[in-house]
Design a binder for this molecule. Structure first.
Ligand code: 6PG
Length: 233
């Protein structure tokens, strides 16, 4: 079942604008209530326009704290790093204190990076807002179909896991676990393009869908789709 709060927007630009508005509103509320806005960023290409739009907004950036849902194990300055893409399109242009930007140290081995990042997020939960993308195979963050989705501390769930066999390059990654991705006050999922229709249909048509995106989505998640994808369902 798709989230109750599934919204269809005209196109990818409208999805990006809606996402920017939701993030801005959530930030204002979080800062008013708790003095800080803890946001988990999605990787991939879909959120890049949202990040560029956010860079043009006026925010109390000093109260923003940034995390990532996953990172590709590549050198820190590699163009394909999720953190580098967000820094280039947005974070490098606004006054979020550097100590509030928590990049996953994925230039080290995935296992070590996962352990290190688990300590970073400890004490920061629940996140105020978790952004997620979705791959055509139904993956989210770096949790792919077939990845062992750690389900509890008993099976070693420290909130962050290493991935060595990702089918989407690069194979070695670091990802928040399902539990950590769900440990949030709000979740925003962005999916655009007809290529994602098959996985969305599977998610829609199965109450107990095993796809990582279905496992990671919270009941109150907001799912933003563009019209082309919605029409292909
Ligand atoms: C990554 C992302 C991944 C992404 C989806 C969707 O490292 O690739 O974390 O989970 O969100 O693959 O990617 P697009 O937005 O580019 O379709």
């Amino acid at each position: 079942m798709l989230p109750m709060n599934t919204q269809v927007k005209a196109d990818a630009e409208a999805v990006a604008q809606a996402a920017c508005d939701i993030i801005s509103q959530t930030a204002v509320q979080a800062i008013a209530e708790r003095g800080v806005f803890r946001l988990v960023l999605a990787g991939g290409s879909t959120p890049n326009r949202t990040y560029a739009l956010l860079a043009q907004t006026k925010q109390t950036w000093a109260q923003w704290e940034i995390f990532w849902g996953d990172e590709r194990c590549l050198p820190a300055d590699h163009a394909a790093r999720n953190s580098r893409m967000a820094i280039q399109t947005w974070l490098g242009q606004v006054a979020i204190p550097p100590q509030n930007i928590h990049v996953i140290p994925a230039d080290m081995a995935a296992e070590n990076a996962a352990t290190a990042y688990a300590h970073v997020i400890m004490g920061k939960l629940p996140f105020d807002l978790v952004l997620l993308g979705m791959g055509e195979d139904g993956h989210t963050a770096s949790l792919f179909p077939g990845t062992s989705l750690l389900a509890s501390p008993h099976d070693g769930d420290i909130g962050v896991q290493s991935v060595y066999d990702a089918p989407k390059w690069p194979p070695e990654r670091v990802s928040l676990t399902v539990a950590a991705l769900q440990d949030c006050r709000a979740q925003l999922i962005m999916a655009t393009g007809v290529g994602k229709a098959a996985s969305l249909r599977e998610w829609r048509d199965h109450a107990a869908c095993a796809l990582p995106i279905a496992q990671a989505a919270t009941a109150n998640a907001c799912l933003l789709l563009d019209q082309a994808l919605a029409a292909a369902l």
